[in-house]
Write a protein that binds this ligand. Structure first.
Ligand code: NIG
Ligand code: FE
Length: 428
C-alpha cells in the first residue's frame, strides 16, 4: 500500500544529521517543514518534502498513492511511550483515595497494598483476561497517537506470573497494531514471603528468573526498583550486571522517592536509561551526562503522587538526553495519555514545546534502542506517522488536556481515522 499525506500545515520531521539521542539545544531542533508531504510505501517512509519534489522524484508512486489531505493539520512521528507497567491485573482507586486522605505511597506498599496488591491481582488473573484487558489499554494508547510502547513485567514476583505477563506482552506484539517492547522487572518489589530474606529473592531473580527470560527471549531490557526499602544499590547492581551477562540491557527505576544514588549507579553499570529521577542528585545528573545515560522522566507520577517533579530543565542544560513517558501503572500513574504527560513536562519541569516533542519521539525511541528505526520522519524509517488536529505544534500543549490525534498510520496502514479506531484486533 502506498500513502501520500499532503498539504500539512507543518510536518515535524525531527530529522537531524546527528546520530544518537538528542541533547541540549538539539532537543529544540525539531525540523519543521511547512506545507509538507510524506510518502510511504509498505511499512517504510519513502520521502518527506514539498509535494513538487516528491512528484519529481517519485512520479509513479505519487500517482498510485492513496492521498490523505492534512490541510490545516500537523504531521509528526508516532509517539513512543518508553516506560510503562502495561500488563497488570485490577485497579487501585481505593488507594488513591487513601492517599488523598493522607496516607503515603510507601506506607500503603509496606502495609501490603501498592505493588503487592497488584501482584496478587495479576497472579489471580488468567492469561486470557490479562490479554483482553491489556488489549483494551493498547487501543487507548493508539487513539492518543502512541505507536510503540514499552511493557515492564514485575507484578508477578514469581516465575509463573512474570512469565505470564511477558507472554501477554509478546502475544500483543504479534496481534496488536502497536509495537510492544518488553522489559523484565522481576525485581520490582520484594515479595511478602521473602521479607527479611531480600538477598535470597535477589538470588532467585539472578539464578532462576533471568536465565529463563534470556533463554525464552521474553525481554530485551532488565529493570530494577532501586529504592530505600525495596532494592539497595548493591542488590540492584548485581541484578543489572547479571542481566547484562545474558544480553539484557539495563534500565533502572532510580531516585524516585528518596535519593539513593540510583542515577550514579545507572551511569556506572552503563544502563541505557535511568527512569523517574525525581530526587536525583547533582552528582548523579553529572555522571549521567558524561555516560550518555538517557533520563526517562515521568511527570505523571510526580503529579499523581503529589511528589516533587524531576529537574528536567537542569538535566537538559547539563547535557543529559531526556525522554518522557507515562509510567502507566495502576498505582502511581494510571493514565494512557502521553499528550497529557507532555503538558505536565512543560508546566512542571520547565521543558519547552520543542523539547517535549523530542522527548516523546526520537529520544524515547533511543531509550528503547530503536532510534535507527522509529522516532523521526525520514526516508527508510518505519512508517509510523500521526496527524494531529491542530494548526501548528505550539497548539498541541496550548489546547491542553485534550486528545488532538486525528489519524494514526502504523507500519504504513491507517489504523485510526477521524479519531476512531479502524481495526478491532480482539481475538478470542
Ligand atoms: O514506576 N516505582 C515503582 N513502580 C511503579 C509503580 C508501581 C505501582 O505502584 O504499582 C512506578 O511508579
Ligand atoms: Fe515505573
Amino acid at each position: 500500500m502506498t500513502i501520500l499525506i499532503k498539504n500539512a500545515n507543518e510536518v515535524i520531521t525531527l530529522k537531524s544529521a546527528e546520530q544518537g539521542p538528542r541533547t541540549k539545544e538539539q532537543m529544540r531542533e525539531i525540523a519543521v517543514l511547512e506545507n509538507g508531504s510524506v510518502l510511504m510505501e509498505g511499512n517504510s517512509i519513502i520521502a518527506v518534502g514539498p509535494i513538487a519534489q516528491l512528484e519529481a522524484d517519485f512520479p509513479k508512486l505519487v500517482k498510485a498513492a492513496e492521498v490523505i489531505d492534512a490541510s490545516g493539520k500537523v504531521v509528526m512521528p508516532g509517539l513512543v511511550d518508553c516506560h510503562t507497567h502495561l500488563v497488570h491485573g485490577g485497579t487501585r482507586e481505593q488507594e488513591f483515595n487513601m492517599r488523598l486522605n493522607g496516607a503515603t505511597y510507601m506506607e500503603i506498599m509496606n502495609a501490603g497494598g501498592g505493588i503487592h496488591a497488584t501482584t496478587n491481582r495479576t497472579r489471580e488473573t488468567s492469561f486470557g483476561d490479562l490479554y483482553r484487558k491489556t488489549m483494551n489499554h493498547l487501543d487507548v494508547f493508539l487513539k492518543h497517537g502512541v505507536t510503540t510502547v514499552e511493557a515492564k513485567s514485575g507484578y508477578g514476583l514469581d516465575w509463573e506470573t512474570e512469565k505470564k505477563q511477558l507472554e501477554v506482552a509478546k502475544e500483543l506484539q504479534a496481534t496488536h497494531d502497536i509495537d510492544v517492547v518488553s522489559t523484565f522487572m522481576g525485581a520490582h518489589a520484594v515479595p511478602r514471603d521473602y521479607k527479611g530474606r531480600e538477598d535470597e529473592f535477589v538470588d532467585v531473580v539472578i539464578h532462576d528468573m533471568l536465565p529463563k527470560v534470556a533463554e525464552l527471549k521474553l525481554a530485551e531490557f532488565n529493570d530494577v526498583f532501586c529504592e530505600k526499602g525495596v532494592f539497595t544499590p548493591e542488590q540492584s547492581q548485581r541484578i543489572l550486571e547479571a542481566g547484562k551477562a545474558l544480553g539484557l540491557t539495563p534500565k533502572i527505576h532510580a531516585d524516585e522517592i528518596e535519593p539513593y544514588k540510583g542515577a550514579e549507579l545507572a551511569a556506572e553499570v552503563g544502563a541505557i536509561s535511568a527512569e523517574h529521577l525525581l530526587v536525583a542528585s547533582d552528582e548523579g545528573i553529572q555522571k549521567m551526562a558524561e555516560a550518555g545515560t538517557i533520563a526517562v522522566l515521568l511527570p505523571g507520577t510526580a503529579f499523581f503522587l503529589r511528589a516533587p517533579f524531576a529537574r528536567g530543565r537542569l538535566m537538559i542544560d547539563e547535557g543529559v538526553p531526556v525522554a518522557i513517558s507515562t509510567d502507566f501503572n495502576p498505582g502511581s500513574s494510571p493514565t494512557m495519555s502521553l499528550p497529557f504527560i507532555m503538558n505536565l513536562a512543560c508546566m512542571h519541569m520547565g521543558m519547552t514545546l520543542e523539547e517535549v516533542l523530542t522527548a516523546t519521539t526520537i529520544n524515547a525511541a533511543y531509550a528503547l534502542n530503536r532510534g535507527h528505526q522509529i522516532g523521526s520522519l525520514e526516508a527508510g524509517k518505519q512508517a509510523d506517522v500521526i496527524i494531529l488536529d491542530v494548526a501548528n505544534y505550539k497548539q498541541l500543549q496550548y489546547f491542553y488536556g485534550m486528545n488532538h490525534t486525528n489519524t494514526v498510520i502504523k507500519n504504513g496502514r491507517v489504523v485510526v481515522q477521524d479519531g476512531i479506531l479502524l481495526t478491532n484486533q480482539l481475538v478470542n
